[in-house]
Write a protein that binds this ligand. Structure first.
Ligand code: NAD
Length: 453
């Protein structure tokens, strides 16, 4: 590891990555690799947790190709020297901001969208001109292996290298000095990363999770609400960091909402055979989720097959904030529905938990929408939609508080891996004597007049 990091540092110091044409060429190479190996990439992810070709294309590859194309198109603008105004105190001078890559970066991926969550930060880091070590999650072992094989066989390791492994390898990596660590994963491990980064004062971006609430108000378009909600919740078998974790529904429409919800899930027919349902990633997560299902609360689903790591889309009713399922992020196909009497009461309950990564509001009331956005702090979200905000590269993506710090996607990703160097550039033909001694009352008066205080 030390050798790879040192060779990356040496390569970074040659300044080759600062050349925009070099960055575009690397992005092209990555894009080409993903395209020509599509079949192998599909097979690996299917073998890991039965993610179908369709879902791999839509929820992983499409986002990566979009990110690459967006970066290639905009990099010239993003990396350009930005001129800014100069204040009177510094007259005569020019002021500008130069974007500079941070250096040697470590990207640590999570398992649930293994290609997207590993490679999207890598794309942003390449666009910004860094060298990168990628440590994908070890849980989907075939996707980790294929990313390592494709990248390590095709990129110079002093520019981009995949190091596979779990806790031991990551712990070892964290002992090294990086110029940036970009982590996606749980809040628990995020704290470990943050502590290790502090040793070297390494800046971090932490993309973590939480319990993302969803509000359904009395006046919501229920048919459309349920259609979009069901898709967002059971996509990837609920193993999505921005999936609606639980529903806060107006008590007046609770029963009607649940009936439409049940009908919609039945109609969607979630099964491995249809290619629209996934296995739970491993036995530990299967057991964790199984223990959250209190059969007394099940109003839809609830069946499990351990041998296949299958958990049926499950809706829980009469849930309270004291129940097990409300004590941690679910991260699986279990959807608790909690009725509320007033929106104030619902907001207070949501605010009793840590700040979530996402929040969704299904409503026709702009008053309620504004109230929720004003009174609840969360990473990002949507109105009358769920999950899809992640697909808009113009929306920076990231959490707040326990759900994360920093953000990425599109220009925000470029910024995350960039240092903006501020420069005051002054000619020598004029120098006012004001700032030099000897100081005098007159100088002070003049300065105060200029500075307006
Ligand atoms: P995790 O924290 O267990 O693992 C994430 C990464 O950290 C993996 O690469 C793993 O190898 C490494 N790791 C695990 N334990 C470690 C340790 N003790 N020391 C050092 N490294 C360690 O998370 P996960 O199970 O892969 O992902 C699930 C979590 O990630 C959920 O909370 C989810 O909400 C969150 N998530 C967030 C986003 C986002 O974009 N904000 C996206 C996906 C997942």
């Amino acid at each position: 590891m030390e050798q790879i990091i040192s060779s990356q540092r040496n390569f970074f110091n040659t300044h080759q990555t600062k050349d925009l044409a070099f960055r575009v060429a690397q992005l092209d190479k990555l894009s080409q690799l993903l395209k020509t190996n599509q079949e192998a990439l599909d097979e690996a992810i299917y073998a890991d947790f039965k993610k179908s070709k369709f879902e791999n294309s839509v929820t992983e590859m499409a986002l990566l190709f979009n990110d690459i194309e967006e970066a290639k198109k905009k990099i010239w603008k993003w990396a350009r020297k930005q001129k800014v105004k100069t204040n009177l105190t510094n007259f005569p001078a020019k002021s500008y901001i130069i974007s500079e890559p941070l250096g040697v970066c470590l990207v640590i991926g999570a398992w649930n969208y293994p290609y997207q969550l590993s490679l999207a930060p890598v794309i942003a880091a390449i666009a910004a001109g860094n060298t990168i070590i990628l440590k994908p999650s070890e849980l989907p072992s075939r996707t980790s292996a294929i990313m390592a094989k494709l990248i390590n066989n095709n990129f110079d390791s002093s520019f981009l290298k995949v190091i596979e492994g779990g806790v031991d390898e990551t712990t070892e990596l964290l002992k090294q000095k990086f110029d940036k660590i970009f982590f996606t994963g749980s809040t628990k491990v995020g704290k470990i990363i943050y502590k290790a980064a502090a040793e070297n004062l390494t800046p971090v971006t932490l993309e973590m999770g939480g319990k993302s609430p969803t509000f359904v108000t009395e006046d919501a378009n229920l048919k459309m609400t349920v259609k979009r909600l069901v898709w967002a919740k059971f996509l990837n078998a609920g193993q999505t960091c921005i999936a609606p974790d639980y529903i806060m529904v107006d008590k007046k429409i609770e029963n009607k909402f649940i009936e439409i919800l049940k009908a919609e899930i039945s109609e969607a027919d979630y099964s491995f055979e249809n290619g629209n349902y996934l296995q739970i990633i491993n036995e530990d997560n299967f057991e964790r989720l199984a223990s959250m299902i209190n059969q007394d609360n099940v109003c839809f689903g609830g069946s499990l097959k351990k041998s296949e790591r299958y958990i049926q889309p499950t809706v829980l009713k009469d849930v309270t904030f004291e129940d097990d399922v409300m004590q941690e992020e679910i991260f699986g196909p279990i959807l608790p529905v909690i009725p509320y009497n007033t929106i104030d009461e619902a907001i207070t309950k949501v605010n009793s938990l840590t700040r979530p990564l996402s929040c969704y509001v299904f409503t026709s009331s702009s008053k309620i929408k504004k109230k929720i956005f004003k009174e609840i702090s969360f990473g990002g979200g949507a109105v009358n939609e769920a999950v899809m905000h992640i697909t808009n590269p113009h929306l920076p993506f990231g959490g707040v508080g326990h759900s994360g710090m920093g953000n990425y996607h599109g220009k925000a990703g470029f910024d995350t891996f960039t240092h903006y160097k501020s420069i005051l550039d002054k000619p020598t033909w004029l120098e006012l004597p004001l700032k030099y001694g000897p100081y005098s009352e007159m100088k002070l008066k003049f300065l105060r007049w200029v500075m307006k205080f």
